[in-house]
Design a protein. Structure first.
Length: 330
């Protein structure tokens, strides 16, 4: 018996670093900060269920980020304190589907960023509630993404197979992954071509990912690359190790700060172990002092983004240890 137990014990000890990610918990300060933030977000919802942010009124992407913030703490239609707000937001996204092709931009307009975020939010809602009202809208939205992939394997701003960049592409891959997880059909070839394009945006000398093949690497693009490679099942991709080092060295970058950390927290969560534990602590210690007394975030950022967007991403990122959102679970 002892001969059997010793190898087993050794295996468990050897595996411990990868299991330590489960030990990362939200502390009381983070819980209080996100609770105050959600209460503030509730007051910013429009009568039609949407959320607005500066120059983006009644926007499907902003609405989706806000919904994911509520959902990241377990609030769903008919469930949780903010269930009514999530239900209203869901109805807004469903009503934003363009009849001809399922483009989720609504009457105020948008682009493939907006469509991807709305598809992601609806996929998470469908996967967590099995609400049949969501299914046909989600199917149509998913098929639009698939049909819009260009010959390089990527996507650009419009729902047609023209150009490509890593930012728009990664948004579509995230949406497709969430849709597939919720039961939608996504061809393997679509995902394979998308990953091939993302890999072409990798800059080996720096370890970073670029906006388009041959351009300069950046923090946000690298965070998105690390996140999506792992969420698409490429856990052992050779790029990840060096890309993580790039992220750590550029943690304080203010270029696309919130967008970058949205992906970075989820990407590092997938990496797990000590890397994730240290990253989460560093992120928490940085963003908590930036919160306004009323509950929102309004940090200086080169994106020029508004408070709803910033606050939503802060909540989503701080709430990663709760593991409510299926797309970001291991």
């Amino acid at each position: 018996m002892r001969r059997l137990l010793l190898p087993l014990l050794a295996l468990l000890l050897f595996s411990a670093p990868s299991l330590r990610a489960a030990d990362v918990k939200m502390d009381e300060a983070s819980k209080k900060a996100t609770a105050k933030a959600l209460e503030w977000l509730k007051t910013k919802q429009n009568a039609d269920g949407s959320f607005s942010d500066g120059r983006y009124p009644h926007n499907t992407a902003i609405t989706s980020f806000a919904l994911l913030a509520f959902m990241s703490q377990g609030h769903l239609p008919g469930q949780g304190t903010y269930g009514p707000e999530v239900a209203k937001g869901c109805r807004f996204l469903l009503s934003s589907s363009r009849a001809s092709d399922g483009y989720l931009v609504g009457a105020r307009g948008g682009n493939m960023y907006c469509h991807a975020m709305a598809t992601l939010a609806l996929a998470e809602l469908f996967g967590m509630t099995n609400d049949e009202e969501i299914k046909p809208v989600l199917e149509k939205a998913t098929n639009l993404i698939i049909k819009s992939q260009n010959k390089e394997g990527g996507w650009r701003y419009e729902p047609q197979p023209t150009g490509a960049d890593i930012s728009v592409t990664i948004m579509q891959v995230m949406a497709l992954r969430a849709a597939k997880n919720s039961g939608m059909h996504v061809p393997d070839e679509t995902m394979k071509k998308a990953i091939e394009y993302i890999n072409r945006c990798y800059n080996a000398p720096t370890g970073g990912f670029t906006y388009q093949p041959g351009s300069r690497p950046g923090f946000a693009r690298t965070a998105a690359g690390v996140c999506v490679l792992q969420l698409s099942g490429n856990y052992d991709a050779k790029q990840i190790g060096k890309a993580v080092e790039y992220l750590k060295a550029n943690f304080d970058s203010r270029e696309h700060f919130w967008y970058g950390h949205y992906y970075a927290t989820h990407g590092m969560h997938q990496v797990g172990g000590k890397e994730w534990e240290e990253w989460y602590t560093r992120f928490k210690d940085m963003v908590l002092p930036l919160q306004n007394a009323d509950g929102y975030w309004n940090a200086k950022d080169r994106e020029g983004v508004g408070m709803v967007y910033q606050t939503s991403i802060a909540v989503i990122s701080l709430s990663v240890p709760l593991n409510y959102l299926p797309i970001f679970q291991r």
